[in-house]
Design a protein around this ligand. Structure first.
Ligand code: GLA
Length: 399
């Protein structure tokens, strides 16, 4: 008697679990492609205030950043979004429920700032949160105000919305984020929609229908371990990235001082090959030549912006030695050879790992040396790599 009761209860339990899982899958699969804004055919490029300035932002600094993007030549290379992160608004909405730019730091308001940025040929991004307050708790989130806020952003001329996940009352991202997607679609202005859900509920598997990019990780910090671990976590979802919707391992730390030049080159190489958003996170008004050489590397940017839009994967890993590779247009392949260890070492990329026919002869372009190597490579390419450093190649089979 007891045994059969146990068996029946177990079957019931299994059925309930199966039904719940099926409902969740259906919830994802049946969701219409809500977002049809035509944006994000390439990974977005620009700048964001958070990594360097945190809450210490104001309109003067934003204007100066827009000026600097133009005067340094970064704008010409494709860095077009000037993105204001958390802390731009007053703690309370006005009597009609509208968000109010903080009077002490953004006295001219966002419309004037957007006009300024647009006159420079750039685009303005803003930040909100799918919760009652943003992560800093210094301004309201948009939960329950999605339509109103999306219309407000559109009326200001905003071009990009980063949408965070703090203080949300415990409801699921899949409930909260699509409401803003729909609101943006109703707002009458194409606004790039960047989901900042930190990878909690595997947004790579559903983000494409809702946003133009989705964070796959928690926040990056300006150090080697944090940076490479973000790249690792993001790599798992490579199959899900495509034109219109990108995996986002968080913004760049290059230029903030916590890593060596080689480590920052690894950072940029991995972000480029992973088709990650290239959002500069340093003070572009004061950059050194070393930093400019990294973030302004045209050839690395071209890998990121390649029209195929295919995210690279780790194709071989032996302890601290790694090879990452991904196809590019014109039958080329981008390859990162990475030494994560503490000793200088020789690492080999094999054609059958990187996706080149085994018998092919290959011409290799070294993206950081800006040199096409004289050697023609057959079957593989070996490079000697310093600790915490990498090589980034574009390989082209010639026979
Ligand atoms: C979260 C986000 C960060 C940044 C901060 C702002 O932590 O993941 O990128 O926007 O909030 O408070």
């Amino acid at each position: 008697m007891e045994a059969s009761f146990l068996a029946v209860s177990t079957i019931w339990l299994l059925m309930i679990i199966a039904a719940t899982t099926a409902t969740y899958d259906a919830e994802i699969n049946n969701r219409r492609n809500l977002l049809a804004n035509g944006l994000g055919s390439k990974p977005p490029m620009g700048w964001n205030s958070w990594n360097h300035f945190s809450c210490m932002i104001d309109e003067k600094m934003i204007r100066e950043t827009a000026d600097a993007l133009v005067s340094t030549g970064l704008a010409k290379l494709g860095y077009e979004y000037v993105n204001i992160d958390d802390c731009w608004a007053e703690i309370s909405r006005d009597e009609k429920g509208y968000l109010v730019p903080k009077k002490s730091t953004f006295p001219s308001g966002m419309k004037a700032l957007a006009d300024y940025v647009h006159r420079k040929g750039l685009k303005l991004g803003i930040y909100s949160d799918a919760g009652y307050f943003t992560c800093s708790k210094q301004m309201p989130g948009s939960l329950g105000h999605e339509e109103q806020d999306a219309k407000t952003f559109a009326s200001w001329g905003i071009d990009y919305l980063k949408y965070d996940n703090c203080n949300n009352g415990g409801s699921k991202p899949l409930v909260r984020y699509p409401v803003m997607t729909q609101a943006l679609m109703n707002a009458g202005r194409p606004i790039f929609f960047s989901l900042c859900e930190w990878g909690d509920m595997h947004p790579a598997t559903w983000g494409y229908k809702i946003g133009n990019s989705w964070r796959t990780t928690n926040d990056i910090s300006d150090n080697w371990d944090s940076m490479v671990s973000r790249a690792d976590q993001n790599e798992v979802y490579a199959e899900y990235a495509r034109p219109g919707g990108w995996n986002d391992p968080d913004m760049l730390e290059i230029g903030n001082g916590g890593m060596t030049k080689d480590e920052y080159i690894v950072h940029f190489s991995l972000w480029a090959i992973s088709k990650a958003p290239l959002l500069i996170g340093c003070d572009v008004r004061n950059t050194t030549k070393d930093i400019m050489d990294i973030i302004a590397n045209k050839e690395a940017i071209a890998i990121n912006q390649d029209k195929l839009g295919i995210q690279a994967k780790k194709v071989r890993m032996e302890g601290d030695w790694e090879v990452w590779a991904g196809p590019l247009s014109k039958y080329r392949v981008a390859v990162v050879i990475l030494n994560r260890g503490a000793w200088r070492t020789a690492i080999t990329a094999h054609w059958d790992d990187v996706g080149i026919p085994v018998g092919s002869t290959v011409v290799a372009r070294d993206v950081w040396e800006h040199k096409t190597l004289k050697t023609r490579f057959v079957g593989n390419l070996t490079a000697t790599i310093d600790p915490h450093a990498c090589k980034l190649y574009v390989l082209k089979p010639v026979s």
